[in-house]
Design a protein around this ligand. Structure first.
Ligand SMILES: [Zn+2]
Length: 185
């Protein structure tokens, strides 16, 4: 149901018209990165991020992160917080939302429209496009067969266009022939 490997569902409820899904990691035991001794649960810390739509409504994930502690006296590690590639630190969007946003911008939707749809600012979407789009375009295998990587300025209305490097981000048709797209389509 979750589609988030490594997580399990704890609760789901509607909060102000949005679906809020509470999750935790499914690992039964966590080892200390430094000494491999089984860690002790020290605390929980919750983070909330926007997730992909579910059941025809906006949804968000409430992740009850474990704060772990190593009790091995000789180990330098003390406490640390769980990490996941699915919900990265200091992000307001789940990683799959950031990837989806990048694909949508790559298909020609404006940053502003995607941001509005996701209830976030365009800077957040721009950051996702930079992180997930640029590595694809930089991959030589993706651009070997196209003569130019272009940007469709209609996808980046005034205000959104300034931070982009048009040589690195392909987002739509170009005047120079076929264009490498971000979405793998
Ligand atoms: Zn340790």
């Amino acid at each position: 149901m979750l589609g988030l490997p490594g997580f399990r569902l704890l609760a789901a409820e509607e909060v102000r018209g949005e679906l809020e899904v509470t999750v935790e990691t499914s690992a039964a035991r966590v080892g200390c990165d430094a000494c491999r001794v089984v860690a002790t649960l020290h605390d929980r810390r919750e983070v909330v991020v926007r997730d992909v739509d579910a059941f025809w409504r906006r949804s968000r994930l409430r992740w009850r992160k474990r704060v772990c502690r190593c009790d091995e006296p000789l180990c330098a590690a003390r406490t640390w917080t769980e990490r996941s590639d699915a919900i990265r630190p200091r992000q307001s969007l789940a990683e799959r939302v950031r990837k989806e946003a990048c694909r949508r911008v790559g298909r020609g939707e404006s940053l502003a429209a995607v941001a509005r749809d996701r209830g976030t600012g365009w800077h957040t979407i721009m950051k996702a496009v930079r992180e997930h789009g640029v590595p694809l375009v930089d991959d030589p295998a993706r651009t070997a067969s196209v003569p130019a990587v272009g940007v469709d300025e209609t996808s980046f209305p005034e205000g959104d266009a300034a931070p982009l490097d048009p040589l690195r981000v392909g987002a739509g048709p170009s005047d120079h022939g076929p264009v490498a797209r971000l979405d793998g389509a």
